[in-house]
Write a protein that binds this ligand. Structure first.
Ligand SMILES: Nc1ncnc2c1ncn2[C@@H]1O[C@H](COP(=O)(O)OP(=O)(O)OP(=O)(O)O)[C@@H](O)[C@H]1O
Length: 113
């Protein structure tokens, strides 16, 4: 039982560290703004499910990218072309998640107008 409480505590601490990151905060603010917009638009339950899945995809991608960036900064604080490639791939990963979320948003908004 104590082991599970510790695991939960560690995960909660990690979550706190993640949401203290600037890029993660920006994404959370954008998701909040998008939520208000979709609330005003009035979505069906199945549309909300799609929106929530997209939000999860974007925020989890951003959080994973933050961990990758911090790991790379830790192992190589100096300029390095290989680190550049890895960081750009991480950014591309987040960008890809955002593109799919934007496509879903366009489909939902398109259906309302
Ligand atoms: N050590 C490095 N060597 C070479 N290029 C790097 C290095 N660190 C960062 N870069 C380049 O700078 C870009 C931005 O990196 P940075 O670590 O500042 O990320 P960021 O997207 O600004 O995120 P955050 O604001 O969360 O740190 C990378 O995508 C990469 O092209």
């Amino acid at each position: 039982m104590k082991l599970w409480i510790n695991k939960f505590k560690n995960a909660f601490r990690g979550f706190g560290l993640l949401i203290s990151d600037f890029s993660v905060r920006i994404q959370l603010v954008l998701l909040l703004v998008a939520s208000v917009f979709f609330m005003m638009l009035g979505l069906e339950t199945y549309e909300w499910i799609a929106v929530v899945i997209c939000f999860a995809l974007v925020i989890v991608a951003e959080m994973m990218n933050t961990v990758i960036e911090k790991t790379l900064d830790y192992i190589q604080p100096n300029q390095d072309p290989k680190i550049r490639n890895l960081k750009d791939m991480g950014a591309g990963f987040v960008w890809m998640a955002c593109m799919f979320a934007i496509i879903v948003a366009c489909i939902i908004i398109g259906g309302k107008i």
